[in-house]
Design a binder for this molecule. Structure first.
Ligand code: ARG
Length: 462
C-alpha cells in the first residue's frame, strides 16, 4: 500500500473502492509535461528566494527530467493508489531524493498546482488548434484559385437565391474560422495567468516570488486573488465554448458538402480516400467523414454543457468536483483537432463538377434581384421594381423559360420604359459581374478578398 502524502492525520487506510473512485491519474497523466514544467519553475523560485539550497534545486531538476523521460518512454509506473499526476511525480521524486524531494511541495498545494497545469495545457492546446484552423483556412483559400470563375447558386432557406462565386463561398468559411481564431486568442489571454502561489486557498506565509514563477512559465500575469485562483475554471469553459463553435462551423460546412455531393445536387465530387463504402451495397461511396465531423459537433456541445453544469453553484475555494473538468475538456479538444485534421485535406481534394453546376445554374431565376436593381437604377422605386420583376418571373415560370429568354416586347408589356439594356444584367455571369458593394460576390471584390486572405495566411500563389 502506497503511503499517502496527506496520510498523517489518518488512522485507517483508504478503501480500495475509494481509491478507484477518486483517482484522476487515468486522465490527468496527460498533464505530466505541464506538471513537471510547473514543478521545475517552482523549485527554481524556491532556490532563488532561499527556501531550498541551489544544490537541492539541481537534484530536483535532474530527477524531474528523469521522470519526464520515463513517462515519455512509457517506463513510469502509474497506479490509482497515488490518485493523480501530481502525487505520482512527487512520490517518485521523494523515492529518489528522500528529504530533498520532500521540499518541493513547499508553499504549494495541489489546488494551485492543478490549476496551473491545466492553464499551461489549455494554452498549448489553443496554439495547436490555431495551427489546425490555419491549415483549413489555407485549404479554402487554395480552392479559390482552383475554382476561379466558377459560379454557384447562393441559397437562402436552402432555396436558390442569387448566384455567387465559388471563391465567395470558400472565403465565407475562412471568415468564420478567423473569428474562431480571434476568440481563441482572447481566451488565451485570460488563460495565461498564473495561479501557483495561491497555495491551498489563502496564499502562503513563506517568502515566495510569484512573478519569478510566472516569468519562467511564460505567464503574462499573476492571479491577484488566491481564493479565486484555485476556484476559477472560466478559461476552461471559454475554451470549451470556443471549441464548440469551431465544431459548429465545421458541422455546417460538412452538412453543406454532404448535400452538394449527392446525386441530387451533383456539385461536388469528394476525394475517394475520404469516403467509405457499404458492407452490403457494393455501389455506395459514402460521405462518412463529413457525417462524423457533423456528428462530433454533438460531443463538443455536450462537453460544454457538462462543464457549465459542473461549476454551477460551486462555492469558492477548491472543490473536488473540479477534477471532473479534464475529461470533457480534453475530449472536446481531441475531437475538434481530429475533425480539422481530416477537413483540410478533404477540402483540398474535392472537385467541383463545373459542367453539372453550369448546366443547371440557369434554373431558379437567380438573376431576378439584379434585374430589379437595374430597374431601380433607371429610376423606379424599389417596391415598384420588385413587383414588376415578380410579374416577369411569373411569366417566365409559366412558359418554362429563363428571364433572359423573354423578348423585349414581353418585358415592355410589364413596363413600357424597358430597353435592350435589360439583357446586360440577365444570366448568372452578368448578375455576379454586376455586384460592386464592399464584401459582395462581385469578381473585383472577391479578387481583393482572396488577395487579403493570402496575405493574412501568407499563402504563396501558385
Ligand atoms: N486531482 C485533483 C484535480 O484534478 C488535484 C487536486 C486535488 N486537491 C485536493 N485537495 N484533493 O482536481
Amino acid at each position: 500500500m502506497a503511503e499517502k502524502p496527506w496520510g498523517g492525520v489518518f488512522e485507517r487506510a483508504t478503501d480500495r473502492r475509494v481509491e478507484e473512485f477518486t483517482e484522476s491519474v487515468s486522465f490527468d497523466r496527460r498533464l505530466y509535461a505541464q506538471d513537471i514544467d510547473g514543478s521545475l519553475a517552482h523549485a527554481r523560485m524556491l532556490a532563488k528566494v532561499g527556501l531550498i539550497e541551489p544544490d537541492e534545486c539541481r537534484q530536483i531538476e535532474q530527477v524531474l527530467e528523469e521522470i519526464r523521460r520515463e513517462i515519455e518512454q512509457e517506463r513510469f509506473p502509474f497506479s490509482a493508489e497515488l490518485e493523480d499526476i501530481h502525487m505520482h511525480v512527487e512520490r517518485a521524486l521523494i523515492d529518489r531524493l528522500g528529504d530533498v524531494g520532500r521540499k518541493l511541495h513547499t508553499a504549494r498545494s495541489r489546488n494551485d498546482q492543478v490549476a496551473t497545469d491545466l492553464r499551461l495545457w489549455v494554452r498549448g492546446a489553443i496554439d495547436r488548434l490555431d495551427n489546425n484552423i490555419v491549415a483549413l483556412q489555407r485549404a479554402f483559400v487554395g480552392r479559390c484559385e482552383k475554382d476561379a470563375g466558377v459560379i454557384l447558386p447562393g441559397y437562402t432557406h436552402l432555396r436558390r437565391a442569387q448566384p455567387v462565386l465559388a471563391a465567395h463561398y470558400w472565403l465565407a468559411y475562412c471568415e468564420k474560422l478567423q473569428r474562431d481564431r480571434s476568440r481563441l486568442a482572447d481566451c488565451r489571454r485570460r488563460t495565461n495567468v498564473l495561479p501557483l502561489g495561491a497555495a491551498a486557498l489563502a496564499g502562503t506565509s513563506l517568502p515566495i516570488d510569484r512573478d519569478d514563477v510566472a516569468a519562467r512559465l511564460g505567464f503574462d500575469e499573476v492571479a491577484a486573488n488566491s481564493l479565486d485562483a484555485v476556484s476559477d475554471r472560466d478559461f476552461a469553459l471559454e475554451f470549451a465554448f470556443a471549441l464548440a463553435l469551431v465544431a459548429e462551423h465545421l458541422g455546417g460546412w460538412a452538412e453543406e458538402w454532404i448535400l452538394w455531393s449527392t446525386e441530387e445536387f451533383g456539385f461536388l465530387k469528394l476525394p475517394e480516400a475520404f469516403c467509405t463504402g457499404s458492407s452490403i451495397m457494393p455501389q455506395k461511396i459514402n460521405p462518412d467523414v463529413l457525417e462524423l465531423i457533423r456528428g462530433k459537433t454533438a460531443r463538443a456541445i455536450g462537453n460544454l454543457q457538462t462543464l457549465l453544469v459542473l461549476v454551477k453553484g460551486l462555492p469558492l475555494g477548491y472543490n473536488r468536483d473540479l477534477q471532473e473538468d479534464k475529461p470533457p475538456l480534453m475530449d472536446s479538444f481531441d475531437t475538434v483537432c481530429a475533425s480539422l485534421e481530416v477537413a483540410a485535406p478533404l477540402v483540398d481534394g474535392a472537385e467541383l463538377d463545373r459542367a453539372a453546376i453550369t448546366a443547371r445554374l440557369d434554373r431558379g431565376h437567380l438573376d431576378a434581384t439584379t434585374l430589379m436593381e437595374h430597374l431601380i437604377r433607371r429610376g423606379l422605386p424599389q417596391r415598384t421594381a420588385h413587383g414588376l420583376v415578380g410579374r416577369l418571373v411569373r411569366k417566365a415560370m409559366d412558359r418554362g423559360t429563363r428571364l433572359s429568354d423573354l423578348s423585349l416586347d414581353e418585358f415592355r408589356e410589364v413596363h413600357a420604359d424597358i430597353d435592350e439594356g435589360i439583357y446586360e444584367v440577365l444570366g448568372p455571369e452578368k448578375a455576379v459581374a454586376a455586384m460592386t458593394s464592399h464584401g459582395s460576390t462581385g469578381p473585383a471584390q472577391v479578387e481583393e478578398q482572396v488577395r487579403r486572405w493570402k496575405e493574412l495566411l501568407s499563402v504563396e500563389s501558385k
